[in-house]
Design a protein around this ligand. Structure first.
Ligand SMILES: *Cc1c(COP(=O)(O)O)cnc(C)c1O
Length: 223
């Protein structure tokens, strides 16, 4: 069930700060997504390629689909024709495949580099060092059909706000550093995707530009 009041409050709060909202619709059926669409929401996020491939044709064409989960290279070709932003680019091999499939579609695909900021080893992503080296070596310049729009990060799953704040602030600082040095000639590099239902307030304080919220908007997920 969509939580209309939660949605409206969140949307208003983010609009005031010019922060974008991605409604994370994973596990929720197309009817629920359509109900939120009818309230004006256009950006939706999914974390499983197959689920997104199934849902996309059943929903309005002007939805901007965000991919936020670990993406296998063999699935990229299915998303390349329509995806709006891939938040979870965690390797150069994946980026190369996205570039290849985007070129076939005569498109440029928007991507964020996922940076590993959490304590948990389970979370995917580059380390800050890896991103720095990749940028210094100019490795991203060869990908003409991808647009690197910024960074994405997930904080450790913990109740410890201080810890979450430290991780988000760290990523913000790194983002600013890259904007000045490495992406200084690239106005596309301007998005920072941090914060979900449990920690979006901390992310807002830390300077996020995109919040990805699911539970707050759609209620709990049933797996
Ligand atoms: C599921 C998911 C979210 C949203 O989580 P909620 O706690 O439901 O807001 C955000 N980001 C990613 C990467 C996710 O997989």
């Amino acid at each position: 069930m969509i939580q209309k009041n939660n949605y409206r409050e969140l949307k208003q709060r983010l609009d005031q700060k010019k922060v974008k909202l991605v409604a994370v619709s994973k596990t929720h059926p197309p009817e629920e997504i359509k109900a939120l669409y009818d309230l004006g929401q256009r950006d939706f996020g999914e974390n499983k390629a197959q689920e997104l491939i199934d849902k996309q044709p059943r929903l309005p064409e002007d939805i901007r689909w965000h991919f936020i989960g670990h993406l296998q290279r063999n699935k990229v070709k299915y998303l390349a024709p329509f995806i709006h932003l891939i938040h979870s680019v965690d390797s150069i091999r994946l980026l190369r495949e996205i570039n290849k499939q985007a070129r076939k579609q005569d498109r440029t695909n928007n991507c964020l580099l996922q940076v590993h900021i959490a304590e948990e080893a389970s979370k995917h992503g580059f380390s800050c060092e890896e991103v720095k080296k990749t940028v210094e070596k100019g490795e991203l310049k060869g990908f003409k059909n991808v647009r690197i729009c910024g960074l994405m990060g997930m904080a450790t799953l913990t109740e410890d706000i201080q810890k979450i704040r430290k991780e988000f602030r760290g990523l913000y600082t790194f983002f600013q550093e890259l904007k000045r040095n490495g992406f200084n000639d690239n106005p596309d590099f301007r998005e920072l995707s941090m914060g979900m239902t449990s920690d979006y307030k901390v992310a807002l304080e830390a300077g996020t530009t995109i919040v990805r919220a699911g539970t707050l908007i759609f209620g709990p997920r049933k797996y």
